[in-house]
Write a protein that binds this ligand. Structure first.
Ligand SMILES: Nc1ncnc2c1ncn2[C@@H]1O[C@H](COP(=O)(O)OP(=O)(O)OP(=O)(O)O)[C@@H](O)[C@H]1O
Ligand SMILES: [Mg+2]
Length: 367
């Protein structure tokens, strides 16, 4: 009799403990800043915490027993099938960024972490989902991105007029034969050229990231583009000798401005990563109905291991604060993206301590 009573008391204590634990877990779930939702394997919601109501606008009464599809925008309905298939295989999904729709019809950005829920035998019986509202974070990212684009655009206008005034000043200084003034203005001009090229890279970077980079393919004279480029490069780096070996009258079919940007970056690198007074060559050779353009330097060279990473965004060899050569690591990434849009590829051939050669091809205009 006494034994039975003790068992009874033990059972009640265990039940009370279980209840207390479950109440504590419920309190934790309810006080969470994130939405914590559970659903069965057909997507029917089985629990809905306080934050879920706060984020999505529906009360537990409106959601429990209903399909989770209520939260998924029309164009993303397929996602749920894929998520459930992934979970049925016992996999977890972490920080999946997507969009959901609230009761009031607003689209919000959420980050989802979804795990399978198993019974005591390890069978998957449902799904638990933690949803974090990242709308503010996304908007902040968007603002930052737009800020760089708007700032770059805004900077272009004053720099273009500065460049024009400097050109006028240069012409005047030559007329009055003031050598010191011409030297100073040449230096100022070189800085505006560098700034323009940096701004163009920033603008192109945001275009590439948003899949907004388009090319405008038209015939143009490669010889003329190279002349313009040499003129600018010699202004920026007067200590280098830039040698062009290009047959006359080479007309290509490509986007002149963008190819100008590729060459500016390749020649800019050749200058940046070589010692003063060395020669940089731009060689053009006709291969079938294309022209191959090589930019060759006698600079520091690149190891085979680093050559593989060169075209990645923000990659720089020795990217440390004591690296005396400034740069952002976007030049080659952009150059490679531009050449990809021309259905080509930039190839590199380099030896550490000996120099580098960057090459790409462009289609010639059929004669
Ligand atoms: N001609 C070259 N010789 C030696 N190293 C080079 C050469 N060209 C590129 N590199 C290496 O590749 C890295 C990436 O080049 P990339 O042009 O993308 O960036 P960056 O020159 O550092 O900066 P920026 O964005 O201003 O161009 C460079 O940091 C440099 O380490
Ligand atoms: Mg560069």
């Amino acid at each position: 009799m006494n034994g039975k009573r003790t068992k009874h008391v033990e059972l009640i204590t265990a039940l009370e403990l279980a209840e207390a634990r479950s109440a504590m877990l419920a309190a934790i779930v309810d006080s969470s800043y994130d939405a914590i939702i559970s659903k069965d394997l057909t997507g029917i919601v089985t629990s809905w915490n306080h934050s879920a109501q706060h984020i999505f606008g529906y009360s537990p009464d409106e959601m429990i027993g209903q399909s989770i599809m209520k939260l998924i925008p029309e164009e993303r309905k397929e996602e749920e099938t894929q998520i459930l298939a992934h979970l049925r295989n016992g996999n977890r999904i972490e920080n999946f960024e997507t969009r959901r729709v609230t009761k009031s019809g607003h689209l919000i950005d959420v980050s989802l972490t979804i795990s399978p829920v198993r019974d005591l035998n390890g069978r998957i019986i449902g799904v638990s989902k933690i949803a974090r509202d990242i709308t503010d974070k996304k908007q902040e990212e968007e603002r930052k991105k737009n800020f760089v684009t708007i700032l770059s655009h805004e900077l272009k206008t004053p720099i273009t007029s500065m460049h024009a005034y400097i050109q006028l000043g240069l012409a005047r200084s030559l007329k009055i034969e003031d050598q010191t003034l011409s030297n100073l203005l040449e230096r100022a001009k070189s800085q505006t050229i560098k700034m323009t090229s940096m701004i163009n890279d920033f603008l192109d970077l945001s275009r590439v990231e948003e899949n907004r980079m388009f090319i405008d393919i038209k015939p143009f004279s490669l010889n003329e583009l190279l002349l313009e480029l040499i003129d600018e490069s010699q202004t920026v780096a007067p200590k280098f000798y830039i040698e062009v070996n290009c047959p006359p009258l080479i007309n290509v079919l490509a986007d002149k401005d963008k190819i100008g940007c590729v060459l500016t970056n390749l020649v800019g690198n050749a200058i940046k990563y070589s010692k003063d007074s060395t020669t940089i060559k731009i060689n053009c050779s006709i291969i079938g109905n294309t022209v191959k353009i090589d930019v060759v330097d006698q600079g520091i060279g690149i190891s085979p291991e680093n050559q593989k990473k060169l075209f990645k965004r923000f990659f720089r060899v020795n990217d440390t604060s004591d690296n005396k050569v400034n740069g952002l690591g976007i030049g080659l990434y952009l150059a490679a993206e531009i050449i990809k849009l021309h259905e080509g590829e930039i190839k590199v051939n380099s030896r550490l301590g000996k120099g580098s050669e960057f090459s790409f091809t462009l289609p010639l205009i059929p004669k």
